[in-house]
Design a protein around this ligand. Structure first.
Ligand code: PLP
Length: 373
């Protein structure tokens, strides 16, 4: 016989199991086995596309000042940052939504399609966060193969069906690191039917050859179905502060805000002030982009000598073919405290984030041992 107390305990347990379901998180896939102390001084984290130069001195100073105001809700600072971003991108502040990292924007869009039982089109491989959230909420996902590591816009266009509710375009693309031609992407966005949302994820745009010139933000006023997402986690060096944003027309922004559990207050005063300070610090951004270019060339030079093919990176990571490398290179480097990425779908490739110049020399020295001659 089950008494009332046991019954309540059992149902609570059952409901917590239901809440816990849902598969692997991005963090669990990306961070590999838990045993390694990846935060120790010696661990080389070339697996998260972090910026080794952040946070900037200007951000640190702003954070110290902001600490004194942590007793206040951040509403006024949210508005200030939105104004600042809107001015920078020639938009109105109600066309901008702030989130705790752009992950939140991707999850909200994925959930939106899932709850409408719709379909997401995604060039593949690409950044999986949106489809993970979408699938969990009921979305179907259709993957469109890349063409030589680059998004094939023609094939994506052909794949659109009456079920398609959202197209995810990561530009530059993670994990393949390539960027699209701006004119091609503009014409693609203009041709997609206006009842299909397009999310252009520009997490790495600052690193691209054309810099922010390659952005689709100038189309936001023209196209009602376009959502751009950006982050302060990469070139701005603030990944640990969790701050990102969406830009779109006011109808879409209002819809996203209505679904956002944090009411647009999920980034606190400290990250918000750090973001504002870093936005004004062009010298820091330029430095990070230039050092990243130099770090990339250390790896390119070595890979070229070893005959390892790479794609043309517009980002702070390199996507390389792995046939000429020991197939256990990821695990072997891990044992040397060097972390690189191989997602389950990346059968023939590895992805290496760019650290400091010394970091990249350490990576090259270690990787050399695993080249198959
Ligand atoms: C393409 C892309 N989009 C979004 C994100 C999420 O970044 P965050 O939530 O830190 O803004 C990442 C993180 O690696 C990414 O690579």
């Amino acid at each position: 016989m089950i008494n009332r107390r046991t019954w309540i305990q059992k149902s609570l347990l059952a409901s917590s199991i239901t809440l816990m379901g849902g598969g692997a998180s991005f963090a669990s896939i990306n961070s590999s086995k838990k045993t390694l102390d990846t935060k120790s001084n010696n661990a080389l984290r070339l697996n998260w596309n972090e910026n080794p130069y952040g946070p900037s001195a200007s951000a640190k100073e702003a954070m110290m000042k902001a600490m004194h105001h942590c007793n206040h809700y951040p509403d006024d600072v949210v508005n200030q940052l939105k104004e600042k971003l809107a001015t920078k991108h020639k938009l109105q502040s109600n066309q901008v939504m702030l989130t705790a990292g752009s992950t939140e924007v991707l999850s909200l869009l994925g959930q939106h399609v899932g709850l409408n039982q719709g379909e997401i089109l995604i060039p593949w491989p690409s950044f999986p966060t949106m489809i993970r959230f979408g699938e969990r909420c009921g979305a179907t996902v259709r993957k469109v193969d890349l063409n030589k590591d680059t998004i094939d816009l023609e094939n994506v266009m052909k794949a659109i069906s009456w079920k398609t509710q959202l197209i995810f375009i990561c530009n530059p693309n993670n994990p393949t690191s390539t960027e699209l031609d701006k004119k091609d992407l503009i014409s693609f966005c203009r041709t997609v039917p206006s009842n299909v949302l397009i999310c252009v994820d520009e997490a790495y745009i600052e690193y691209s050859k054309h810099g922010m010139e390659g952005s689709m933000v100038s189309l936001v006023d023209e196209l009602p179905n376009l959502v751009i997402c950006r982050t302060f986690s990469k070139a701005y060096g603030l990944a640990g502060l969790r701050i990102g944003y969406a830009m779109s027309n006011t109808t879409n922004i209002d819809a996203l805000r209505n679904r956002h559990t944090g009411w647009e207050l999920s980034a606190g005063i400290v990250p918000l002030q750090a973001a504002m300070a870093t936005m004004d610090d062009q010298a820091f951004l330029d430095h990070c982009v230039e050092e990243n270019r130099l770090g990339r060339s250390i790896v390119y030079d070595a890979f070229q000598t070893w005959g390892i093919e790479t794609s043309n990176s517009a980002t702070n990571f390199i996507y390389a073919r792995s046939e000429k490398l020991d197939h256990q290179i990821v695990d072997k480097l891990r044992k040397e405290n060097i972390l690189i990425t191989k997602w389950p779908d990346m059968t023939d490739h590895i992805r290496i984030s760019i650290g400091t110049l010394q970091d990249m020399q350490r990576f090259v020295d270690a990787a050399q041992k695993y080249v198959i001659s």
